[in-house]
Design a protein around this ligand. Sequence first.
Ligand code: ATP
Ligand code: MG
Length: 396
Amino acid sequence: MEVLGIDIGFGFTKATDGEETLIFKSLFGDATDLQFWVDFGENSLSNYFNVTIDGKSYFIGDLAEQQSNVISFTLDQEKLISEFVKVLTLTVAGVFLKEDSAINVPINIVSGLPIGYFKHNHKRFNEILTGHHKISYIQPDGSKIVKEIYINKVRMLPQPLGTILNLLMDDRGKIVNKELAKQKVGVVDIGFRTTDFTIMDRLRYIDRSSRTMDTGISKAFSVISNKLREKCGVSVELYRLYKAAELGTIKMKGHGLNFSKIRDQVYAQLAGTIANDIDRVWAGDWDIDTIILTGGGCMELAKYLQPLISGSVIPTDLTVDARLNNVQGYLKYGRYIWGESGQEPPQPQPPKEVDQIEDRLEEPLEEPLEESISEALEAIDEPIEDIDDFVEDEFD
Ligand SMILES: Nc1ncnc2c1ncn2[C@@H]1O[C@H](COP(=O)(O)OP(=O)(O)OP(=O)(O)O)[C@@H](O)[C@H]1O
Ligand SMILES: [Mg+2]
């Protein structure tokens, strides 16, 4: 039995089995008949995803971006679930399925959804993913590897909880950070399309203070892309802006363009909007002990956002890839509920004093967290808040 954490984000697909981690852009495209393949890059093979699922062939991630004629990318949650989740999940699940293991080794998956989409969509992941699947991978040399995947169980979490669970638990899924477990913790997860806010108060998920907003980094990328179009007449797809936005420069038709000033302004504005949302969504939560910034977008926005937040913010560690915080927590949660091997755990003895959180922490398989999460998740029914008026014509 394998346990995998898989995070299908609007920007990036992230997956881990605890030993290896995969991360690539959430893109797929038609599999073209490549006449010739040469790649002198270092990680070529791990990024070469040419797959066939249900009789359809796809290039995935970087390969799609470079070689497909028609590339699918979306910022629409419905589309992400109905068109992307199966293809991207099976692609990574098949990679993690050990080649020498017997056919049909069952896989248990923990994945996540933005809070605002959780209630209406979490069961769909089960419907789409559980059961038997077949996927073939065409290697660069033309050889084919066929994998039979059996997905036994899929558990869903609201995405930002992954980050808290990652901090709370060790690699075996045991709750070890007792200090954090006693606290009221707020998480701001800045992704590519969404920013999620959530609070966990002494291991209890607080629905009232959890929300999804449309203030991911793509909001800033849209402004930059519009500016570039006005200046150069080229429409740059948002998924082609990551590297350029990091550098603040882009080369178009032989001309280098520096847009770092606009980028900094837009990031500062986006950070301001997120800080206002924090004040509004957590107006009653003035007793938060710790605020954690997570998601890849926090790496760009931390320097603007941190000074705007009143409260104790854990400083963003720029040496760690914050895009992976949630998926690492998903895997730990999988080990917490299923054990390291993915087997159902034996029933633990109930602790003597249930109110003593210390006792509960010694019992990794006892389920206060589990209960709290599932109860609260039933209650989640927040609409997504849009901020279409976010982008003012600041840069004219
Ligand atoms: N090395 C990197 N390459 C690309 N983007 C990076 C990198 N490091 C940080 N980022 C930032 O990470 C962001 C994507 O973060 P993340 O992967 O958490 O989003 P996502 O989960 O795909 O989106 P969402 O949560 O909205 O579905 C990018 O917009 C970019 O700003
Ligand atoms: Mg995300």
